[in-house]
Design a protein around this ligand. Structure first.
Ligand code: PLP
Length: 467
């Protein structure tokens, strides 16, 4: 292309994205206060804007792009399915939908592929994404138990439909409380770095958080509670990895009272921490598991609930009053099937475990040692948080909880410094999260972490400066 042609191409691209500005109503935003980056393309762990600026996608978009941009196998599977059967209603049986359900059920918690009598058997109810997966998991739990109440954690995100946002334990719930689900209650989960229980280490935090939950269950009335819902590893609200023993303790508490355990794996399922489902790491078997995002890297929207056979059987003779026009959409499921096969052929779970333990974790700890603004780094696999503080002793966060405007400016400056270096981070409150596609090369991981290392000089400028 000549320079003139290239300039014309860019001008045409720009006029197209001006339509975004004029006509698209964007999520989670004051419409007048946003300036979204116009993205022109992507490949692997990288994407680029219309001016040709390239970014290493350290957020995997919204922590969903597990196999990266434009994976050739996923694109080919999508194209092939479009040519074969682009859509079919959920009342029909469909080969790719069935195949994906089988692949998921065989990898779900407690399921041995060979299947012996002691193994948990699963079925899969497909949805369009994570929020409706949570919505339907709660529906299943309520109808199965005949109880209404559901407990979920503060510092959690479960989606933006009525019950899912009511279950959410972060400020995104607040403006949505005009018509909440009336049967939701919240509890505090473990967060050792900022322990609400005065714990000194993970073991103590796990025990005390469990004692707290036990008390909440007691005070709410165990016989009124259908389910306890938790993110296996809290995602957006801090990459909070539960202390060993915590999830097993919640499982035991649920068993004591006939409460169902629902783990939300929308963000951490499908390889993010080197497991098909993060809960597998602790050998705990929930009753229901929600998933979305990484199941097919979001090439076509897809989510679902993995339903324990004992819950599914409730609906053998009784109608399950739930459904969606696009439940198990063949385009989405075809990409899901190819994604599972690609995970296996490319040994993705192994690479995430190995590179997480040998490259990401050690490099982040080294960064933490060098920068006084880093209070803590924590995480697993390809899922890490860098928690920024003004003072390591008092642990005062770099910006206040839920800060906006001028109060959030220090984080804005840090994020700008990361982006200037061609890396796109995931940001929440006073934290940078490192959540790159699971196919990111060791060199690109190093490149991204070096950018964060350099950008943290900006955060250090605020450390020791009282607010
Ligand atoms: N659950 C968790 C843990 C999530 O992280 C999210 C989204 O980020 C959701 C549920 C909601 O998923 P979706 O945005 O696909 O509705």
């Amino acid at each position: 292309m000549t320079t003139d042609q290239e300039a014309r191409r860019r001008a045409a691209e720009r006029s197209r994205t001006r339509a975004d500005d004029r006509y698209v109503f964007h999520s989670w935003s004051a419409q007048g206060a946003i300036d979204p980056l116009p993205v022109a393309g992507g490949e692997g762990a990288w994407f680029w804007d219309e001016d040709g600026n390239r970014y290493l996608d350290f957020a995997s978009q919204l922590v969903n792009l597990n196999l990266g941009h434009q994976h050739p196998r996923l694109v080919a599977a999508l194209q092939a399915q479009a040519g074969r059967l682009a859509t079919v209603g959920p009342t029909f049986a469909n080969d790719v939908r069935g195949e994906l359900a089988r692949l998921i059920a065989e990898r779900a918690p407690g399921a041995a592929a060979a299947g012996t009598d002691g193994d948990r058997r699963w079925r899969v109810f497909f949805t369009n994404g994570g929020a409706d997966a949570v919505e339907n998991a709660v529906r299943l739990a309520r109808l199965h138990t005949g109880r209404a109440k559901v407990l979920s954690a503060y510092r959690s995100y479960h989606g933006n439909t009525t019950t899912a946002i009511s279950l959410t334990g972060d400020p995104r719930r607040w403006p949505n409380e005009v018509s909440p689900d009336p049967h939701v209650r919240h509890f505090l989960g473990p967060y050792t770095y900022r322990s609400a229980f005065g714990a000194r280490d993970d073991a103590e935090e796990g025990e005390r958080a469990l004692a707290h939950l036990r008390e909440v269950v007691q005070l709410e009335g165990p016989g009124t509670i259908a389910a306890i819902l938790l993110e296996t590893i809290v995602g957006t609200n801090g990459v909070l990895v539960p202390p060993d023993g915590y999830l097993a303790g919640v499982r035991a508490l649920c068993d004591e009272h006939g409460i169902l355990l629902v783990t939300d794996e929308v963000m951490v399922g499908f390889g993010r921490v080197g497991e098909w489902f993060a809960v597998n790491r602790w050998g705990v078997v929930p009753d229901l598991v929600t998933f979305a995002k990484g199941v097919n890297s979001g090439y076509v929207p897809l989510g679902g609930v993995v339903v324990g056979e004992h819950v599914a059987r409730t609906f053998d003779d009784r109608v399950f009053p739930g459904g969606l026009t696009y439940s198990g959409h063949p385009l989405a499921c075809a990409v899901g099937v190819e994604s599972v096969r690609t995970f296996e052929d490319e040994r993705i779970l192994d690479r995430v475990r190995t590179l997480g333990a040998d490259v990401v974790g050690p490099r982040l700890r080294e960064i933490a040692d060098r920068h006084p603004s880093v209070g803590e780094v924590r995480g697993l696999g390809f899922f890490w948080a860098v928690e920024l503080v003004r003072d390591r002793v008092t642990r005062e966060p770099l910006v206040p909880f839920n800060a906006s405007g001028a109060a959030a400016a220090p984080m804005g400056a840090v994020v700008a410094a990361v982006k200037e270096r061609g890396v796109w981070p995931f940001v929440h409150f006073n934290r940078l999260h490192v959540a790159p596609p699971l196919v990111t090369s060791a060199e690109d991981l190093e490149h991204g972490l070096a950018a964060i290392d350099e950008a943290l000089d900006v955060a250090d400028g605020y450390a020791g400066v009282a607010t």
